[in-house]
Design a protein around this ligand. Sequence first.
Ligand code: PMP
Length: 331
Amino acid sequence: MTAPKALSGTLDLIGNTPLVLLKGPSEAAGCEIWGKCEFANPGASVKDRAALWIVRDAEARGELQPGGTIVEGTAGNTGIGMALVANALGYKTIIVMPETQSREKMDTLRALGAELVTVPAAPYKNPGHFVHTSRRLAEEAPNAIWANQFDNVANRRAHVESTAPEIWAQMDGRIDGFTCAVGTGGTLAGVGLGLKGFDEKICIALTDPHGAALYEYYANGELKSEGNSVAEGIGQGRITANLEGAPVDTQFRISDEEGLEWVGRLLKEEGLCLGLSSGINVAGAVALGRQLGKGSRVATILCDTGFRYLSTLYNAEWLKAKGLPVFDWLR
Ligand code: PMP
């Protein structure tokens, strides 16, 4: 028997997540589709890695002082990761979130001891946007830093230095493609750059939800969006610093319906309860696998746990109100 290594501190629980072969998606693609189980991080999302790297970077640069405060604007998952990392290291957190995000994320942040500030959803150019609000609060609060996950490249370094080498090792260096959706772009750019460092031939694909502008950008050089998505944490309209130089070879656009179908199938057929960005990623991985052909091996990110969306994705009334199909077993 090989048990996971014993760890000397709780922050070492971040990363080193399992990689799992996904049966239904592999059958649908005619090749191997693997999912990186980021819901297995202590904060139950991929964003724990970014939070830890951003904090360690701010400490190393001498910006974050003992007992200081970390301020961040987030769809929620980065805030949850940040609150846990901050608690472990003796910092305080102020988290700014758009009020459109799931109630579970807000309740979780309060439960973890973060100071939660919610703001109305607004376009990025609006000064009330959660990112700008968080920057202002960081400037006003004493002994505080702004984590700035969108344009702080310590975020993508987390994936260059941890997620990518883990995937490479877990797939024994036999991997043909990787894809995921973009919030900050840290995961796509970081895993993409990291994997290309091992083997330039690995195909890196963007999987964009509707309503985001990156599909058009990578296809035609123009930031342009159409439609919309209820997926939380993904859907970007600009080239963040984390995205600059991302090695994107090809791109897919995936609807919420398609992503939700995979969320439902992964739950009922494989026993995985995930959020919608994971379903969209899996749909993108199936599309990439089909393109790369039989015998190829593709990896994607299972970003967070579905328990974070009981009031939304797993709620018949909510799905109906959004005009989305309701899972059979919720009817
Ligand atoms: N899925 C979820 C649920 C998220 O919260 C995020 C982070 N915003 C992402 C995907 C995207 O990750 P990244 O910020 O690294 O692009």
